[in-house]
Write a protein that binds this ligand. Structure first.
Ligand code: FE2
Length: 220
């Protein structure tokens, strides 16, 4: 599978090269309220996401041979890189890629498709029967994730849709699977508003997914 054909041109962050930069939110910090409150949005984006980028740049500073590679290439090729930098790429590179997708998947106001269309809709019908079953599986994966991690809807190597629960900032790209929807279930994503009510956070976010953005991931 060609990395270039996989990613171009949809996801600018996966096409970034060192030094990496945090993409600006495309909406106001209160635009996804009440699902995500403004304080959580700003801390999550401006501090947590920014910290992954700062740490990734710091780790790669001493590895100029890796500077020509895109973020997508660094994640997909993880086992090829020097052992000393693999953990940083996995954690901080994953954190950068995962959060960039997450911001795009959140629909501000009434913007964005409420339901999937086109190829993604057909794949959901084929692999889950209904969108409700698909989002229920995502919610279950988010609830079952012990500790920090993400619930993912991915396209597998055999072009099926599947739900995964992955720990920490592990990207599905590490396993050769394409991220379609990613729901952050780290406590920093929801604790200020929801405290221990992760299920309520999952319900709120799953109701605000911009399915146009999810569908666009298939075109990478
Ligand atoms: Fe996060």
């Amino acid at each position: 599978m060609s990395v270039r054909s996989l990613f171009a041109p949809a996801d600018e962050v996966l096409s970034q090269r060192y030094p990496f930069v945090v993409p600006a939110l495309s909406y106001a910090v209160n635009a996804v309220e009440p699902a995500i409150d403004a304080q959580t949005m700003s801390i999550h984006h401006d501090r947590h996401h920014a910290a992954y980028v700062t740490s990734l740049n710091k780790a790669l500073e001493a590895f100029p041979d890796l500077h020509p590679y895109t973020l997508g290439e660094l994640l997909m090729g993880l086992r090829k890189w020097p052992a000393a930098v693999q953990v940083a790429i996995r954690n901080h590179g994953g954190g950068h890629a995962n959060h960039a997708l997450y911001w795009g998947l959140l629909a501000p106001g009434s913007a964005g498709a409420q339901t999937p269309s086109g190829v993604l809709a057909e794949m959901i019908t084929r692999d889950f029967t209904t969108l409700t079953a698909c989002t229920a599986a995502l919610k279950a994966a988010g609830l079952a994730q012990f500790g920090s991690g993400w619930a993912w809807l991915v396209k597998t190597a055999t072009s099926r849709l599947a739900v995964r629960g992955l720990p920490n900032q592990d990207s599905p790209l590490l396993n050769g699977e394409l991220p379609i929807v990613g729901i952050d279930v780290w406590e920093h994503a929801y604790y200020l508003k929801y405290q221990n009510r992760r299920a309520d956070y999952l319900d709120a976010v799953l109701a605000r997914i911009n399915w146009d953005v999810a569908g666009a991931q298939l075109k990478r």
